[in-house]
Design a protein around this ligand. Structure first.
Ligand SMILES: CC(C)(COP(=O)(O)OP(=O)(O)OC[C@H]1O[C@@H](n2cnc3c(N)ncnc32)[C@H](O)[C@@H]1OP(=O)(O)O)[C@@H](O)C(=O)NCCC(=O)NCCS
Length: 145
């Protein structure tokens, strides 16, 4: 497979590509409803977008500012591109953004199966497991350095 690059984009600039990835991964693959997926927060977020060298959008993620805290979410990589560090590159771009904005910490609502993915960046779990969109989640947080 060819390589890819990750860039930070606004919702205004990236919307069609970001939508296509999230529809494929969260809505069609995981069964998340349109109402939950499109929560009205995207325009306020900074988005990371992974694109192959041939121009295909293959992964995305977002970070939302809440005071001195950054909330990372909607990390998605198309199935055939998983386990090739696309998710890692998306997270690194979002964590760079958190560092440049001097957030006190970054949190994420992690699907429990993905907890080991977030561990690789140093996120630690806290609180009780909960359901979101019918799937088990745990809160995790990280002080970006
Ligand atoms: C979670 C997700 C974003 C990971 O993306 P990815 O590009 O495959 O991740 P990477 O290749 O960068 O993985 C880095 C490390 O994270 C861990 N990891 C990644 N996916 C994992 C999984 N499904 N289970 C356990 N650990 C995982 C591994 O340690 C991996 O390193 P390794 O491949 O050397 O073992 C991807 O599986 C995905 O899009 N899932 C569907 C959407 C989703 O559930 N998003 C998360 C919502 S909280």
């Amino acid at each position: 497979m060819s390589g890819f690059t990750v860039s930070l984009v606004s919702w205004h600039d990236g919307e069609p590509l970001l939508r296509a990835i999230r529809e494929a991964v969260f809505m069609r693959e995981q069964g998340v409803s349109a109402e939950l997926e499109w929560d009205g927060l995207d325009a306020e977020c900074r988005h990371a977008l992974a694109i192959t060298h041939s121009g295909d959008a293959i992964g995305c993620g977002r970070i939302l500012q809440n005071g001195r805290i950054g909330h990372v979410g909607r990390i998605a990589v198309l199935p055939k591109w998983r386990k090739q560090k696309v998710g890692t590159a998306l997270m690194e771009a979002l964590l760079n953004e958190a560092r440049s904005r001097h957030y006190n910490w970054v949190d994420v609502d992690a699907q429990t199966y993905a907890i080991p993915f977030y561990h690789t960046f140093g996120f630690a779990e806290y609180g009780e497991e909960f359901l979101d969109a019918g799937m088990p989640h745990k809160k995790m947080k990280l002080v970006p350095r």
